[in-house]
Write a new protein. Sequence first.
Length: 157
Amino acid sequence: VANDCEKFSDLTAGFGVGHNGDKTKMNEIYRNKAKYEADIREREWDQYSGVPLELDDARFDKMVRNSTLPVLVEFYVTWCPYCNRFVPILGEIAKDFEKKVRVATIDKEKNESLAKEYDVKKFPSFFLMRDGKVVDSWTGAYKTKTPVIDRVKKHIK
């Protein structure tokens, strides 16, 4: 470990380059890297608890496929009037399911490879994911949150 690295008292996304002067602690971190990465991911989700989290290709695997809770993912495009009208409803859904289901949004035009992977052709497109797998999907925005809540409730523990 480099001598000039900053000390840290709490783990951050760059925990692998920090140095706290405790060789035992650093070895523990490296041996349990997956656990510490999960802790970091959970803290990041917690920062956005009750609000939709905007994701991109780079963060999708970490935040959605490895999530401990189900994730409702919306693919949208900025020019879609239905997507824009659904924004406040999606916020309400995120608040209603706080600590039970996470809500994420993805701009299709900025994340083409991810949209292609999920065969997104209509907007908005929704995917309810659990343990990294799609358990429900649909296209189009409902006028109220009730139908979405009913769909999501079928898949949460």
